[in-house]
Design a protein around this ligand. Structure first.
Ligand SMILES: C[S@@+](CC[C@H](N)C(=O)[O-])C[C@H]1O[C@@H](n2cnc3c(N)ncnc32)[C@H](O)[C@@H]1O
Length: 322
């Protein structure tokens, strides 16, 4: 545990389980299990749609009484505090027991609590035989305000997926220049901007670009939207995301799809592609290798599944292998 300072809890439904695990591999270098993960990587919970809470561990012990002593020794004096109990996988402590533990912790803190508008929330939990105490940081879900964007498509990508795509494209890097290669009304761009990443968009449709710009400025985000066929883009990017046309509202033939993937691979080595069709052949024709893959089923429509392909250029892959 010594190096693992943060305990994360997750929330997702079964259709998003593969996506959440893939995202967690890119953020933490390991998969969450049973909706929790212990790591030394610190990220804001609201960067992901799936991370519910982060406990910043202050003290831990295999012995509960010892943990309580450790908390007392911290001499915490924070007026307006609140304590919450995190129920993690494998914790069978019943409600009355959890309540008693909240009181134990509360009495270690020599200040007035505020249950309604706390200045700080402390958390207690047990996991794999160890008791943990720390500061609890919650996903503020402020990114859900993006639902009120002025322009939407009925086939716009779901926010949860958009956020995961950004995290998968960025990985553990901080300074990344991203491209949303078929940006539509900018759903993915909004999530990248919220997380503080540098992203530009490109779309062939003039009207859609206008709407994407309006959506970005509605939230005071800055991100250039190029009204262009992706084949005419020459600027280089660290990574790109492509939410391919689904052939529902926008017509796209196999050769259009190949053209979009090939053109994007000319300007970046790393692409996260979303498709509803099998596009493995197009990916390899574009000189890319699939390094990770997952599926997200659309709830209620069994035959509508989004496929997510994490691709790297063959050249880059060979350099990484050396
Ligand atoms: C599935 S939509 C993207 C939706 C977007 N993620 C959103 O949430 O609004 C695909 C987009 O690709 C654009 N597109 C199609 N062919 C293109 C090309 N050759 N270059 C750039 N954009 C293209 C379409 O205009 C359409 O807006």
């Amino acid at each position: 545990m010594q190096d693992n300072k943060y305990i994360y809890s997750f929330r997702y439904d079964t259709t998003e389980s593969m996506l959440c695990k893939l995202e967690s591999r890119y953020i933490f270098n390991k998969e969450e299990e049973h909706k929790q993960l212990i790591s030394n990587v610190k990220i804001e919970p609201s960067r992901s749609a799936f991370i519910k809470r982060r406990l910043d561990v202050i003290s831990f012990s295999t012995d509960y009484a010892m943990l309580i002593d450790q908390i007392k020794n911290e001499n915490i004096r924070t007026d307006g505090f609140k304590v919450e109990y995190l129920v993690l996988d494998g914790d069978s402590t019943r409600y009355a027991g959890r309540l008693a533990k909240l009181k134990d912790v509360g009495f270690c803190i020599d200040s007035y609590p505020d249950y309604h508008n706390p200045t700080v929330i402390y958390g207690i939990c047990t996991y794999e035989g160890i008791w943990y105490f720390g500061v609890l940081i919650k996903n503020n879900f402020a990114w859900q305000n993006h639902k009120q964007k002025p322009y939407s498509y009925s086939n716009s990508i779901k926010q949860n997926i958009a956020k995961a795509l950004v995290n998968i494209a960025v990985g553990s890097k901080q300074e990344v220049k991203l491209l949303d290669a078929c940006c539509g009304v900018g759903t993915i761009m909004l999530e990248a901007c919220f997380a503080g990443y540098d992203i530009e968009g490109c779309d062939i449709s003039k009207k859609t670009c206008k709407n994407a710009r309006a959506n970005l400025s509605h939230f005071n985000y800055v991100g250039e939207v190029h009204c262009s066929d992706i084949k005419n883009m020459t600027k280089l990017y660290d990574a790109a995301i492509i939410d391919l046309p689904y052939n529902i509202y926008t017509k796209a033939t196999d050769s259009d799809i190949l053209h979009i993937i090939e053109s994007t691979s000319e300007i970046t080595d790393r692409i996260v592609i979303v498709s509803t069709a099998e596009i493995r052949n197009a990916i390899s024709s574009a000189g890319l290798r699939v390094v990770n893959y997952c599926e997200v089923r659309k709830r209620g429509k069994v035959n509508f599944t989004r496929k997510i392909w994490v691709c790297e250029s063959e050249d880059k892959f060979e350099i990484n292998q050396d």
